[in-house]
Design a protein around this ligand. Structure first.
Ligand SMILES: *Cc1c(COP(=O)(O)O)cnc(C)c1O
Length: 367
């Protein structure tokens, strides 16, 4: 039968559109948004100045290859700028990688509680997202390798993962890579790499540099405090850079984002301040929330996953409503197959203390 109106390709209407974290609490004067893993410190003042100076040339197209930004990233990380591609957020790059490497009938693997963008970009290409079970809210290398079939073309791994906050050691990532056929692309999404304090962790740079089928994605949205600007980058083998450059928007990154990104990546002190704030309050929140009797998944990132009982009046949904009424906005993560948990981004000292006090009151009130 002939369709009576344009039809999206198969898969598109199977996508459950991404729902961002809440950002308001009706009727509450002061709110603390702890639902999107944004930094409580904001961007560096130097970044804001660089962004403002971009206002002087809004009529000009940006440098379509973002060369100065790629060179700045290259200097900071010791990478060849020709092996870097910038995007409008790392979401942009994840979409581009999916469109370049997936088609109808292919399969792309992600983990059960993996970042939601992976099944979204996969379905958009007509390929099938395969969710692989985790162990203790952590990616399981053996389970991933077992799920690989002849149809597998991409494996997406957030390391550390959002919303669980767990990560795989470099040895485990290498073992995963060794077990994959050479034509399967391993996408290492290291959006939270800057926060990780574990000696056995590596963001993926070494693996990209020494293989032909690994890409690492990074973002300016988290530690750099530029979520609103939309900026990310990836480090990849030359042949993948070539493929992605053919399909990306020729001006996918704005001049303001390029200017801000250069200032951000060079302001090492600001990053260090953010890291120290995070390390201190991540440990404090994990401990204090644990003391209240709630399970907290040990996190290496800038957020924690808090597990709630299924008891009526004490559920994650109940807690979400209770906290929201106090202006504390966390992320309800049922869409990540975690209906009994809330994700809390590390906030300012004030916000962190208010969350613990509110959780204490929530657990003390009659259920
Ligand atoms: C926040 C986040 C990103 C960043 O996305 P942007 O598009 O760069 O803002 C990427 N991956 C994961 C797992 C994230 O949590």
């Amino acid at each position: 039968m002939t369709a009576t109106r344009p039809q999206p390709r198969p898969g598109v209407l199977d996508i459950a559109a991404y729902v961002p974290g809440k950002s308001s609490a009706p009727g509450v004067a002061k709110i603390f948004k702890l639902s999107s893993n944004e930094t409580p410190l904001g961007p560096s003042p130097r970044v804001v100045a660089a962004y403002k100076s971009a206002a002087d040339s809004l009529e000009d197209y940006p440098d379509g290859s973002a060369s100065e930004l790629r060179e700045a990233i290259g200097r900071v990380f010791g990478l060849d700028p020709d092996r870097i591609v910038c995007g409008a957020g790392s979401d942009d790059l994840l979409h581009l990688l999916a469109y370049a490497y997936l088609t109808d009938g292919d399969e792309a693997i992600h983990t059960t509680h993996g970042f939601l963008i992976y099944p979204i970009v996969t379905l958009g290409t007509g390929a099938r997202p395969i969710a692989v079970p985790e162990t203790d809210y952590t990616a399981n290398v053996d389970a991933i390798l077992k799920a690989v079939t002849k149809k597998t073309k991409v494996v997406f791994l957030a390391n550390p993962n959002n919303p669980t906050g767990t990560c795989l050691s470099f040895d485990e990532v290498k073992r995963l890579h060794r077990g994959l056929p050479p034509d399967v692309l391993l996408v290492l999404d290291a959006a939270y790499a800057e926060y990780v304090k574990r000696n056995d962790y590596e963001s993926g740079i070494e693996l990209v540099a020494t293989s032909d089928n690994v890409v690492m994605c990074r973002t300016f949205s988290k530690i750099h405090g530029l979520a609103n600007l939309r900026l990310g980058w990836m480090f990849a083998p030359a042949h993948i850079v070539d493929a992605v450059n053919r399909i990306r928007g020729p001006f996918n990154v704005s001049g303001a984002a390029i200017a801000a990104g250069i200032a951000a990546i060079e302001d090492v002190e600001h990053q260090e301040r953010s890291r120290q704030h995070n390390t201190r309050w991540l440990a404090w929140l994990t401990q204090e929330i644990g003391k209240l009797g709630l399970k907290v998944t040990p996190s290496v990132a800038n957020f924690v996953l808090i597990h709630f009982p299924e008891t009526k009046g004490r559920t994650a949904k109940d807690a979400d409503a209770f906290l929201t009424a106090r202006g504390l906005i966390l992320r309800y993560v049922a869409a990540y197959k975690l209906p009994n948990a809330l994700r809390l981004s590390i906030g300012t000292e004030e916000a962190n203390r208010l969350v613990v006090a509110a959780l204490k009151d929530f657990l003390a009130k009659p259920a």
